[in-house]
Design a protein around this ligand. Structure first.
Ligand code: 5GP
Ligand code: MN
Length: 324
């Protein structure tokens, strides 16, 4: 059984080697990309060589982050690298096959994450499920190891933590999180500017998607479960990008009386992506997701499962009903 190492031990691996591949989960969010840039730009400031890979590339909504153009899809030929680092990725599979192939020559795998369901799949693991975001873990690593914190890392870490805490609102946000944010502001982070770039700059098509989703909204289990669905065809109809739906689920999570919000999304090829949010620790959506091969956190979890939509919906809603 693998165990967590200390940050000091993690530091020996960062110190010892020269070439790194930093990777995050497919369909990356702010925490995934922010953690890659937060750690990677610091390693680069130490003179290291860093590759930044994601199987889905960089989402358009995060292109404002300095250095984000360095995020690429993994190369087909595996380059010589020393260390592979998985960030914010609950399982190896969520990195995607292409990442695993591209990192084939790594001498050691580091796994840095905050998902409670993470099975510690690295050679060296640092998983802290009490952290609200992997970005906050990256911050703690840079602080404890006295690594550089360039402006690019500073901003990326802030966006990572802000997006994974619903703008510093969720229960997982602690005094430590606010102290970190205060320190980043002390270091010159422009709060208004970065929040405007993160939250007030959505493409029009995202709001069209919201309109279409609202037309499918349903309440079940006596108003305790709110769910809506997105069809694959909408991608073409509305010229959607993969990250256009990011965070929309918070709209229905916010309905009074609702305990669980569920987003069913039909993927190209017919699989169904299920996103779940719970407001209440008595309904652990990670446990429900795990039953269907997914995972995540107690209050935010996801699944990729077989379709068709009607069957996936019926199965997942029945599992939620049972818990309620
Ligand atoms: P989201 O609903 O925002 O896609 O994901 C919520 C949380 O659940 C995230 O922490 C994410 O990493 C995790 N998650 C989402 N989909 C999956 C999945 O298919 N498998 C696993 N293991 N975790 C997932
Ligand atoms: Mn995260």
């Amino acid at each position: 059984m693998n165990e967590n190492v200390s940050i000091a031990e993690l530091g020996t691996w960062l110190e010892k080697y020269q070439t790194f591949a930093l990777m995050s989960h497919m369909r990356p969010d702010g925490d995934a990309i922010g953690s890659q840039l937060g750690l990677g730009l610091s390693l680069e400031a130490m003179g290291k060589t860093v590759h930044y890979w994601n199987v889905d590339g960089l989402p358009e909504s995060l292109a404002f982050l300095a250095g984000s153009e360095k995020i690429t899809k993994p190369p087909e030929e595996a380059p010589e690298i020393d260390v592979a680092i998985a960030l914010d990725t609950a399982t190896r599979v969520r990195l995607g096959e292409e990442n695993l192939l591209a990192a084939a020559k790594a001498k050691v795998w580091l796994n840095i994450d905050h998902h409670i369901s993470n099975p510690l799949y690295g050679d060296v693991n640092y998983v802290d499920a009490t952290s609200p975001a992997t970005g906050q873990i990256v911050y703690e690593i840079l602080q404890q190891l006295q690594m550089p914190l360039p402006a690019g890392s500073r901003d990326a870490i802030y966006v990572a933590v802000s997006t994974d805490t619903g703008s510093f609102q969720y229960d997982s946000t602690t005094a430590k999180t606010y102290r970190m944010a205060a320190d980043l502001v002390d270091r010159g982070l422009k709060v208004g500017e970065i929040n405007a770039k993160t939250y007030d700059s959505h493409p029009y098509r995202r709001i069209e998607l919201l309109r279409a989703l609202l037309n499918t909204l349903e309440l079940s289990a006596c108003g305790k479960v709110a769910h809506w669905q997105m069809l694959d065809q909408w991608r073409e109809d509305l010229a959607l990008q993969p990250d256009d739906s990011e965070g929309l689920i918070d709209m229905i999570r916010a309905i009074r009386g609702v305990q669980v919000a569920v987003f069913f999304e039909e993927l190209p090829g017919g699989k169904i992506r299920v996103s779940m949010r719970s407001k209440d620790r008595s309904v652990n959506v990670c446990d429900i997701a795990t039953r269907f091969g997914g995972g995540g956190h107690a209050l935010a979890a996801g699944i990729r499962m077989a379709g068709p939509m009607s069957v996936a919906k019926q199965q997942v809603l029945a599992a939620i009903d049972e818990v309620l």
